[in-house]
Design a protein. Structure first.
Lengths: 254, 410
């Protein structure tokens, strides 16, 4: 699976401490949600694009990801501009596009893309293992972290199983369509998947018990804050303050 | 299924986050160390299932399986779904950090509710009936999620009303397919490995609590599912005032939208037959000139038997109006002799001032009236939000009850 494709690289964002990145990503996401002025949102988006540039990731991967994110936004653009009451900007036949609707949609588009880009630059540049590790250090309930860790550990195994079962079905001439037989076949495939995951879970548990598992998840390595992390953190904090400053000093409201 | 970042309002986001924290707390309590691998593996299976695309007509949809997860895991489905969403957010940027709470609550709560309900009726003895019930739970969970997504959107702003309806209707075909597949998966597992469906990870089972309580919950839940559109459709309001010459008013639905081209009947003082009929315009506004003093009953007929009435008194203001009109006659008579008598002049200027004041007041009161009108609209809109918060209360009480019953057991 090509899930963790964004996590490979050696930019400052890839090498930074995942704890800092999680904290910064949460802080920036929440701050951007609270922004109300266009100027601040545009600034946030520019910063987010800049951070993606810093990661040095390939443009086509990033654009593909962003394309799927914006599908929902496109639906909003198709509906909201004409269904929101307000001052009419221009008419298309009988439909009036309102200023309020367009402004709302632009704000949502900016917000959504800025947050997603921040998360791509900060979170997706870490491996899931590093994130789970960092979450444990950030005092997230241990059971949740363990669930997170194991789910990720066996995700690929199960996906491979699924691909195998599906391939077997295809080899026997199964072609999906809108009929009860297809749904039944998919249900049986999923059922097999659940049986295998259940059995494997059982075996994993016994194997862990054999190795002395008692519910504690030991952490052997610890993160250390370096100068790189401090630079990143101060940079992001300055950005946060800038955003608030722009937010409070402009009147360009939605 | 997923709501993107930056769309929802801050109250909705924080409410979702709070519900998710509560749900995670309950869910984590249910997971014992021995259950971790099983719950985790089921989470992975949930994630893989969300990558499976099932054909529906010309299009296809990915499975949600929240109802099935509710059947399998009970309350432990909450952390499972939450983790699935975290993985999707980090790996594919579907959903995100700020919407994580709302999205988890929207998917997990209906799944757990219907899953726990269905689990009660699933037995090895009657696999077909059990599969049917599980399938129903699977379909209803997706519908419940669709409803919650629509609610989170429409509570975030009036602009999202139409979008939320579209998204809700998009869930209907998915719910059907989901129901069929959940039913078949349950039947498959009951034949192949019944202990998986019967596996009691959460330790939660509604044994001694009577069927009456259960039925009550089901009915309240289904009523609250159906209530918002009905309430919205039935409630119409009319608001009117007399401005000295004409009676002006506005007709609107409970959601604040104007009642366009609605028929308005005007009765005089409770008389059965109406004296005239007016139609509201594009913005729900209407006006008519009263022929005489007295109370007018204005009745809005918005089709399908939806009615609203209001009473406007025409009389007291009418007198003021008359006074203004009376001014003009002596004014003409007085004008040439105005310079002769001081008292008369003061008299006239007083009347002029009164006339001017009348005009100025009229101008200044117009926005106040508009405000009053908006207030009235906002007040009647509360009913819709009441229904929504009602669903919230039911969910909350349900959670509390489940939590307490689980404590009693352990």
């Amino acid at each position: 699976m090509t899930c963790e494709r964004l996590a490979s690289g050696n930019s400052i964002l890839h090498l930074a401490d995942p704890r800092i990145k999680i904290v910064l990503a949460s802080f920036l996401s929440v701050e951007v949600v609270f922004l109300k002025t266009m100027a601040a949102l545009i600034l946030a988006l520019i910063w987010a694009i800049f951070m993606l540039y810093v990661t040095g990731l390939k443009k086509d991967i990033l654009l593909k990801r962003l394309f799927f994110v914006n599908v929902f936004i496109v639906v909003l653009w198709l509906v909201i501009p004409w269904s929101t009451p307000g001052a009419t900007l221009f008419q298309i036949g009988p439909i009036g596009i309102t200023r309020e609707g367009v402004m709302l949609c632009s704000a949502i588009t900016l917000k959504c893309n800025a947050i997603v880009m921040f998360n791509m630059a900060l979170l997706s540049t870490s491996t899931i293992f590093a994130l789970a590790h960092a979450l444990d250090h950030l005092k997230v309930p241990s059971i949740l972290v363990q669930l997170f860790f194991f789910s990720w550990r066996y995700l690929h195994v199960l996906e491979e199983e699924y691909i195998k079962i599906k391939r077997a079905a295809m080899l026997r001439g199964f072609s999906p369509g809108t009929n009860l037989f297809t749904y039944k076949t998919y249900a049986n495939i999923l059922g097999t998947l659940f049986v295998r995951s259940y059995d494997r879970g059982q075996r994993v548990y016994w194997a862990m018990v054999c190795r002395g598992f008692n519910g504690t998840f030991w952490l052997l390595s610890h993160f250390r804050l370096g100068s790189r992390d401090l630079i990143l953190m101060s940079g992001m904090l300055i950005l946060g303050i800038c955003l608030l400053f722009v937010e409070w000093s402009t009147n360009w409201h939605l | 299924m997923h709501i993107s970042e930056g769309v929802l309002s801050i109250p909705v986001l924080s409410a979702g986050a709070l519900i998710t924290v509560a749900g995670l707390a309950i869910g984590i309590k249910k997971v014992k160390p021995a259950d971790i691998p099983k719950v985790a593996l089921t989470t992975s299976a949930f994630f893989v299932a969300s990558l499976v695309h099932i054909p529906i007509g010309p299009s296809n949809a990915h499975l949600v399986l929240n109802g099935f997860l509710g059947v399998l895991l009970g309350w432990a489905a909450f952390p499972a779904i939450f983790i699935g969403l975290v993985l999707q957010a980090v790996l594919f940027q579907f959903g995100g950090l700020t919407t994580l709470g709302v999205n988890s609550a929207n998917i997990a709560l209906p799944g757990i509710f219907f899953g726990l309900l269905a689990r009660r009726f699933i037995t090895l003895k009657r696999p077909n009936l059990s599969a049917l019930i599980a399938g129903l739970a699977g379909g209803l969970s997706v519908m419940g999620s669709g409803l919650m997504v629509a609610l989170s959107l429409s509570l975030s702003g009036d602009s999202f009303t139409l979008v939320s309806r579209l998204i809700f209707s998009a869930h209907i075909p998915i719910a059907v397919v989901e129901g069929i597949i959940t039913g078949f998966v349950t039947r498959f597992l009951l034949r192949v490995r019944p202990e998986i469906v019967g596996c009691n990870l959460s330790g939660f089972q509604m044994k001694a609590y009577g069927n009456a309580a259960l039925l009550l919950l089901i009915t309240t839940f289904s009523i609250s599912l159906l209530a918002p559109p009905i309430v919205e459709a039935h409630r119409v309001s009319v608001f009117a005032w007399y401005d000295g010459k004409v009676v002006v008013g506005k007709a609107y639905y409970a959601n604040g939208k104007p009642a366009k081209h609605a028929k308005i009947l005007v009765h005089k003082e409770e008389q059965p037959s109406h004296i005239l009929t007016v139609e509201s315009d594009e913005f729900g506004r209407f006006s008519f000139t009263p022929s005489s003093h007295g109370e007018y009953v204005i009745e809005l007929v918005a089709g399908l038997g939806h009615k609203a009435t209001t009473v406007v008194k025409v009389g007291k203001v009418k007198k003021g109006q008359k006074a203004v009109l009376d001014v003009k006659e002596p004014q003409k008579a007085v004008a040439p002799t105005g310079s002769v008598g001081n008292i008369l002049e003061i008299n006239v200027s007083c009347k002029k001032i009164e006339q001017l004041l009348e005009k100025v007041l009229e101008r200044h009161l117009a926005p106040v009236r508009d405000e009053l009108e908006k207030l009235e609209v906002a007040q009647s809109r509360v009913t819709f939000k009441d229904v929504v918060s009602g669903i919230g209360y039911i969910m909350g009480i349900m959670g509390l009850w489940a939590y307490m019953s689980s404590n009693r057991k352990s």
